[in-house]
Design a protein around this ligand. Sequence first.
Ligand code: PLP
Length: 379
Amino acid sequence: MKLDTKLIHGGAEPDPATGAIMTPIYQTSTFVQESPGVHKGYEYARTQNPTRHALQNALAISENGKYGLCFASGSAASDAIIKLLSPGDEVIAANDMYGGTYRLFTKIFEKYGIKFHFINMLDANEVSKFINKNTKLIWTETPTNPMMNITDIGAVADIAKKHHVLMCVDNTFASPYLQNPLNLGADIVVHSATKYIGGHSDSVHGCIIVNDEKLRDQLAFIQNSCGAVPGPQDCFLILRGLKTLHVRMQRHCENGEKIAKWLRENPKVDKVYWCGFEDHPNHNVAKKQMRGFGGMMSFTLKDDSVEAAKKVLSSTKLFSLAESLGGVESLIGHPATMTHASIPREERLKNGLVDSLIRLSIGIEDADDLIDDLNNAIG
Ligand SMILES: *Cc1c(COP(=O)(O)O)cnc(C)c1O
């Protein structure tokens, strides 16, 4: 079955009680047992819930994976993955990553004795240099937030396999529609489903997809023990979002391409970071591992003052100034003070994340209207 069909039909069975075609919101905390231990597969809603169950299956299918696990947020999902590790273990992570994940690693888990190496993964071979006997996990995000760097998932996965190290890909920016890391050799895929998968900016949600049963069992144990689970209402919304992911992503990609090219031609714009440009440093890798280049991009102005950037950021009318991304509506953001403020300035600058960088999440409105809006704001 093709992805477009799987996104709509994957994991969904008519409701066994009523035949409802849409999985109902099972708003219940517990489930009545016939006699002690005799039940219909559901005991307590932290452990299992039918709405969550349907979503977990649908998400697994969307990533061509075997098992899905849902969490209260993308951050809670990332947190669960690091909880697979023990003090003394080491992680190699891409140095250009979502600020909240960097904060989770450095401010929460370093305290518990887990060591993180943040490295440039543009060249996959760099990874080998940091592997030692304590390395347990390689973590990458691709495309990265907000510099749109591309990691060669297959090449890093080969290195991970050779050294018996787990490899995790944060696939939030690509979504299951553009890229499936498990097929490229990764062991774990994590998403902030708050973004493209949900797609309507109406809930916060995270998920993990894996193929290995033992890994699933360990993660399910963490999910149940730590309890960062989503409620059934949010699961319902994410399940609904998933059904239109492919049509939304097609438009995100079309609009993204038009706007990236337009920005590049604008005399006031300096650099445009978008992985669809042929001269993007890892464009060939993006072409190989992605089905499209998406609607996320960043740019700088020729006037590289923060004031000039702030003027654009506060002048758009259709692009709303807000954190987050991947919704149907276009957003504009300032990584240095918003999404990436939790990364020290020196670290940001090392990765090219200058104070005047502007990030766009291109929505699915009419591209000409979006271009008009940017044109007026850039002036
Ligand atoms: C938003 C985001 C996260 C965190 O997800 P939440 O749902 O906000 O907790 C992780 N990774 C990436 C790439 C993100 O954009």
